[in-house]
Design a protein around this ligand. Structure first.
Ligand code: PLP
Length: 396
């Protein structure tokens, strides 16, 4: 299997010879109508009916008791960490194989990221390896778990559902409970993804979702905090809206809050986008299947599939290449030269100079995956729409 062969197989799915983006937003449906309504009524900023509606729609769609929408996914995650009780000097366990925002949110909460390894099967946190590691380094005193090596509290675990594929949540929830560490989900990429039928982002105490332009649905920029705890949701709303006490005219703020509110304009787009989610999920699944077929007869290249316990949103498709020296970079060069946009997975955060001083466990699986993963074009519109099926049935 060489880079040319891989490009050829991608082309069998992508058909036309033009440029193909990695991921484009799908702005159909009622987007324009809802945004226009904001402009016509003047409700464009931090309050308005679409903010409330988007929060209700998100809760309904995910099954989370509450959703609080904010300016972006990073802010949502920072807020989740505060709600989980993370304070200055704490350590927060998170994967090394994730987008930089996961660790940035931890740093913004003035805590220290502590990098843990992934498993091949999910590309996310390996709960069994985490349990073994915690057995070695963790010590619980008066209800708080400490890292015996650094003396710092191990306050939270952030699990990230890579490319929309859920991590193995049952054992992870069990490990977090056993070690008394709060589980937070970075569900930025996994709107629409379910673990054993239950939506991701509803397993941890709190979860963050992103609606950045490259995610499965977008509000331009935006994010949400999900939780099943009403008190936490109320606190999230308060903290993200400058911690202002309700009053008809007085400006009294009882904490140093944040201006993280999602404007009504963005929420309007979000409402329209959420209406498209079922269609987007269907198309993304179809596209993933087409890629799988295109590579079905080459055993050394794996098109990443959802783990058996999951229904993934297939947000971003990934090839897992053989470890052949130089192959990944050849594929990146050959495909991008040909106008088929591909990207490597993120540089491991533990290897970025900004985070290289942070504690980390053995990261051998993440290190291997970093050399093997290439993301391939995944816009919903690329799924060949299949009216052919209907006509075939009609003929039959
Ligand atoms: C996109 C993303 C975020 C951050 O979301 P923004 O809305 O861009 O701030 C956080 N974590 C992961 C894993 C992401 O993919």
């Amino acid at each position: 299997m060489n880079a040319d062969d891989i490009l050829h197989r991608l082309r069998t799915v992508l058909h036309d010879a033009g440029r193909v983006a990695l991921h484009e937003p799908h702005l159909e449906g009622r987007a324009l109508e809802y945004v226009q309504e904001c402009i016509e009524t003047g409700w464009v900023s931090s309050v308005g009916k679409f903010v409330d509606r988007f929060e209700d729609d998100l809760a309904a769609c995910t099954g989370a008791r509450r959703a609080v929408v904010v300016v972006n996914g990073t802010a949502a995650l920072q807020m989740c960490l505060l709600l989980a009780g993370v304070t200055e000097g704490d350590e927060v366990l998170c994967p090394a194989l994730t987008f930089v925002a996961t660790a940035n949110a931890i740093a913004h909460a003035r805590a220290v990221p502590h990098f843990v390894d992934c498993e091949e099967r999910t590309l996310g946190l390996d709960p069994h390896k985490l349990a073994d590691y915690l057995n070695e380094i963790a010590e619980t005193r008066y209800g708080t778990t400490f890292n015996r090596r650094t003396g710092r509290p191990l306050r939270a675990v952030v699990a990230m559902h890579t490319f929309g594929h859920p991590v193995d949540l049952d054992p992870l929830v069990e490990v977090c409970e056993r070690f008394r560490i709060t589980l937070v989900e970075d569900a930025a990429e996994s709107l629409g993804s379910r673990y054993k039928g239950r939506h991701t982002g509803t397993f941890g105490r709190v979860a963050a979702v992103s609606f950045n332009g490259n995610k499965i649905i977008t509000t331009g920029g935006g994010g949400a905090i999900l939780t099943n705890d009403d008190a936490l949701a109320d606190r999230a709303k308060h903290l993200t809206t400058t911690a202002k006490l309700p009053h008809r005219w007085e400006f009294v703020h009882d904490e140093i809050g944040y201006n993280f509110r999602m404007p009504n304009l963005n929420a309007a787009l979000g409402c329209a986008q959420l209406e498209l989610l079922p269609m987007l999920l269907e198309r993304k699944r179809a596209l993933a299947q087409q890629y799988q077929q295109a590579f079905a007869d080459c055993p050394d290249v794996r098109v990443f599939r959802e783990p058996e316990f999951a229904t993934s949103n297939y947000w971003l498709n990934a090839l897992v290449l053989p470890e052949t020296a130089g192959l990944r970079d050849e594929v990146l060069e050959r495909t991008n030269d040909a106008g088929v946009m591909t990207r490597p997975v993120w540089r491991l955060l533990s290897r970025l100079p900004i985070y290289s001083h942070c504690p980390a466990m053995d990261l051998s699986v993440s290190e291997r995956l970093e050399r093997q993963i290439v993301n391939i074009p995944s816009s919903a519109k690329l799924a060949a729409i299949q009216p052919a099926k209907t006509s075939a049935r009609r003929v039959a």
